[in-house]
Design a binder for this molecule. Sequence first.
Ligand SMILES: [Zn+2]
Length: 483
Amino acid sequence: MSGEQELGITESKEHSPGEWYAEVVRKAGLADYAPMGGFIVTRPRGYALWERLQDHLDGWFKETGVDNAYFPLFIPESYLEREKDIVEGFDPEVAWVTHGGHDELEERLAVRPTSESIIAPFMAEWVRSYRDLPLRLNQWCSVVRWEATETKPFFRTKEFLWQEGHTAHATSEDAWEETMTRLGQYERLYEEVMAIPGMTGRKPEHDKFPGAHTTTTIEALMPDGKSVQAGTSHHLGTSFAEAFDITYTDEDEDERIAHTTSWGLSWRALGALIMTHSDDQGLVIPPALAPTQVVVVPIWQADTEDEVKEYAAGLAADLDEQFRVELDDRDERNPGFKFNEHELNGIPLRIEIGPNEVEDGEATLVHRPDGESEVADADSIVESVEEALETVYAKLYAAAEENLEENIREAHGRGEILGTIGQHGGYVKTGWCGDEECETAIKDEIAAEIVMLPLDEDEEPVHDTCGICEEEAVETAYFAKSY
Ligand SMILES: [Zn+2]
């Protein structure tokens, strides 16, 4: 029994979400802490989630004209400097390589914090005429930002995995369409694959990607009331193209400047996934991402062992073509231990097979998120499992959607805004005059900020006046505490 205790989650999601999250990540075998602060080791089960997420997104990218490429991990200092003219204010904590073997390098090399400055010069070389446009590149890689923060796997790490897309277009309209296409794909990933409803919007002027014309974001609300910036897509206008000379000749042989975009989604998505659905029994994940979707557990006594095991194996074989199935017929573990372990690891559907099921030609299906069980005919087990997995997804999405809908509130007046966020968390909508100082007034008090504005700049603000300074409101601002 002591083994069972060690296996289980001891922290509470509701009362100690930080400790609970760390415990789920470790005990479900997703990640470990590396010897260097700020770095993690992604274990096979954690990496499998990333791979599935990557498969979906990568497929959609390729269907919409994106090619993958790979640029060096290191960026010469002079390249980063070139970017500084436009991206004043973008000063990520860069890790530097100063030596190669025993020799000091003539020029320091940055470990990429993002790759605009190494990709843009090549885009400039590859784009000559309008026929070369649009140019759409993406790379799956890791980047390093040497920020001194407490390590939180998949949320706060110095090195993180992500994809960064970089595109060049003939017109601003094309670049905007591209920006929105990628934002839409991030939203689709969250909703269809991760079972998390997202909110899409724009970042305020002062919080845009430096040099960007428009930064769009998808935000996801966590159960603890904080928002996660789940992916960003930037219309960069012509600023990067001007700095790096990305020009083309149009059909009239006139020289034109290109319009560029960049867009990225990191393994923070995994953090949002784990935090949204998991519970005090462990990991909960939607079927589309689960490395094992169905586990078949035979439950036998000495006199029924052979027939129960054989029946369970047959059932697992029937399901094997369509689903990722595991047959857990280990002798050395009892069914209770197995159930706990599979719940901890987040297998969406468990199928229990005992002597009764064998006799009746049935199977008992148990849903991971809530323990609900149903009896299915063995003859139509494939259809039943398919339906059950759809139900599991629907339950997860409904719970996340309910959390989101219940936690978007309106408030007006400094006291009311602070009070509403302080008491409930979630998003608070209010009129905003557009002045950063009004955000600061809230930020200084309660560490909540404007996480987004509506995508449509012309949308009527929710109030006529700014919720903080009472001047005329120009937009609706969504305030929230964020990760
Ligand atoms: Zn104001």
